[in-house]
Design a protein around this ligand. Structure first.
Ligand code: KIV
Ligand code: NA
Length: 279
């Protein structure tokens, strides 16, 4: 498979072929996403919850994101890689944002960064893209601002709300983003916004009308215990938790019973050597 570049993404968009994006947070999750043919791999700050067990994304540090980005970059041969700038690492000034973005490229080894926000982030996006680092925008529901939004709620359900997202999307495009995530927006609104843009939209909970889709890998794999809340847009394509649980429980049972390790999983040594050793 050929390396996906920003030109590849443009040509997918031109041909109206949906862009397949998947999150990854470490070497194995990136390896499988890359081998499965993803166009883009996003090291999302959702790893705060799904890989580090934090309450929300606001806790994750730049250094932690960089460690995960590096491990994903090592596994990714073809997909275009994106690192999520965590809360607090880019909002203070365009200079702060650029210096964080540079660390993501130099230390995180990703090809692009993502940041949340609309109009107000335009100067920041411009600063980073002008320095030669491609920026993926993120409008609609922006989880890093959950406290200001009043939780994880669908955005743009009213005419005014939809207009605000459209303005944000246009501003982010104008500022130089090559694409943007559109999160938790009604399908018709997302489709209309997408039709007014010249860059691709990557939807999550935003329906079919987007130029591509992204999901959090841990969610779509079903790699979490039963009973966990999942947003409506998550389609569970696997039951990795169930499979892991079954295997681990079988192992524990066999250790307790002595069924493991059996001769096939054990190294023999010449009998006379062992006898000599035992003396
Ligand atoms: O953090 C994340 O995984 C994301 C995607 C879901 C868009 O931002
Ligand atoms: Na994120």
């Amino acid at each position: 498979r050929k390396k996906v570049t920003i030109q590849t993404l443009r040509s997918l968009h031109r041909r109206q072929e949906p862009i397949a994006v998947m999150t990854a947070h470490d070497f194995p999750s990136a390896l499988v996403a890359d081998e499965a043919g993803m166009d883009m791999i996003l090291v999302g700050d959702s790893l705060a919850m799904v890989a580090l067990g934090m309450e929300d994304t606001s806790e994750v540090l730049v250094e932690e994101m960089l460690l995960h980005c590096r491990s994903v970059a090592r596994a990714t041969k073809a997909a275009f890689t994106v690192g999520d700038l965590p809360m607090g690492s880019y909002e203070i000034s365009p200079e702060q944002a650029l210096s964080t973005a540079i660390r993501f490229v130099k230390e995180g080894r990703v090809q692009s960064v993502k940041l949340e926000g609309g109009k107000e982030m335009a100067p920041t996006i411009q600063k980073i893209t002008t320095a030669g680092i491609p920026v993926l925008g993120h409008v609609g529901l922006t989880p890093q601002r959950q406290n200001a939004l009043g939780g994880f709620r669908v955005q743009g359900k009213t005419r005014d709300g939809a207009l605000r997202i459209l303005e944000d999307a246009l501003a982010v495009q104008q500022a130089g983003c090559y694409a943007m995530v559109l999160e938790a927006v009604p399908e018709d609104v997302a489709a209309l916004i997408t039709s007014k843009l010249s860059i691709p939209t990557i939807g999550i909970g935003a329906g079919k009308g987007c130029s591509g889709q992204v999901l959090v890998q841990t969610d779509m794999l079903g790699n979490f215990p039963p009973g966990r809340f999942l947003p409506k847009f998550v389609k569970q394509y696997g039951n990795v938790w169930g499979e892991a649980y079954r295997a681990l429980e079988a192992y524990r049972t066999e250790v307790k019973s002595g069924a493991y390790p059996s001769p096939e999983h054990t190294y023999p040594a010449p009998k006379e050597e062992v006898e000599a050793f035992a003396k």
